[in-house]
Design a protein around this ligand. Structure first.
Ligand SMILES: [Zn+2]
Length: 269
């Protein structure tokens, strides 16, 4: 039997406590499904630290991001920036983030979110790291801040893209990569994404689960629990390939090559 083509899950919240009882098993199942590399998302200073520690357990498989999610922006104070800079300088860290703006939930004030976003983009520029970006219901403010820093940023990915055509083309015009999750498997709210994903050039596309969140709604048989896992990435990638009328192997090969380069994994000889 030929092994499944390798994939990279660029957004996995493996430090989340829902994985505490069976994290090794979750990783083993993902590897068996062909998910050969995983990028562990940091969303607070502490979870970024945990993500780095997890990378150290399997440096051949994992990379981390280090950053503060807009939900937690109010917790990031100026005196925390040296710690964040130190986390970002760790060799295990492939990107700064996740960072950005989320005006849908507004768990932090807009002012706190915008300040934290500026700080993190500045650190990414200073350290030459790409950025892992989150945006929800805040497109205009997000673009204004991002445009200011973009000329000095090496690269960025709009993670978990769920926006409209205007947002997509703004991101593509800024030279960003676009991360697609199992949101596209949702027959109700993911419908527009099935059309839009065709407009993402293949070399700008990345795939992710955002596990334990965003369990694909069309899995057969349906899992008995709501927790998403990285082993479902091939399913998401298959849906993306079908929407784009492209062979699965082509989408797998292109997204894997892009992800390995973006997050600074050692490229296999
Ligand atoms: Zn996010």
């Amino acid at each position: 039997m030929t092994p499944p083509p390798p994939l990279v899950d660029i957004g996995l919240n493996l430090a989340h406590d829902s994985f505490d009882h069976d994290r090794d098993e979750v990783v083993a199942h993902a590897l068996a499904a062909g998910v050969c590399h995983m990028v562990i998302t940091g969303s607070t200073l502490d979870s970024s630290q945990r993500a780095i520690e997890l990378v150290r357990t399997r440096p051949d498989v994992f990379r981390a991001t280090a950053g503060v999610h807009p939900h937690h922006a109010a917790e990031l104070r100026a005196e925390d920036l040296p710690r964040l800079r130190a986390l970002l300088m760790a060799p295990e860290v492939g990107a700064a983030g996740e960072c950005g703006l989320d005006y849908f939930r507004n768990f932090s004030s807009h002012a706190d979110q915008e300040r934290a976003f500026h700080w993190q983009l500045q650190l990414a520029v200073e350290l030459g790291k790409p950025v892992f970006l989150h945006q929800r219901d805040a497109h205009d403010a997000f673009m204004a801040i991002l445009r200011e820093h973009r000329p000095r940023l090496t690269a960025g990915v709009a993670h978990c893209f769920t926006g409209d055509a205007g947002e997509l083309h703004d991101y593509l015009d800024l030279g960003l990569m676009v991360g697609i999750t199992g949101w596209i498997c949702d027959e109700r709210r993911g419908q527009h994404l099935r059309e839009l994903v065709r407009q993402v050039p293949l070399d700008r596309l990345l795939v992710e689960t955002d596990a334990p969140y965003l369990l694909p709604r069309d899995l057969q048989p349906r899992p008995s629990h709501r927790r998403n896992e990285p082993k479902f990435l091939p399913h998401i990638t298959r849906v993306i390939a079908a929407c784009r009328d492209e062979p699965y192997a082509d989408v797998a090969a292109a997204t894997t090559a892009s992800a390995l380069e973006f997050f600074g994994f050692a490229v296999p000889a």
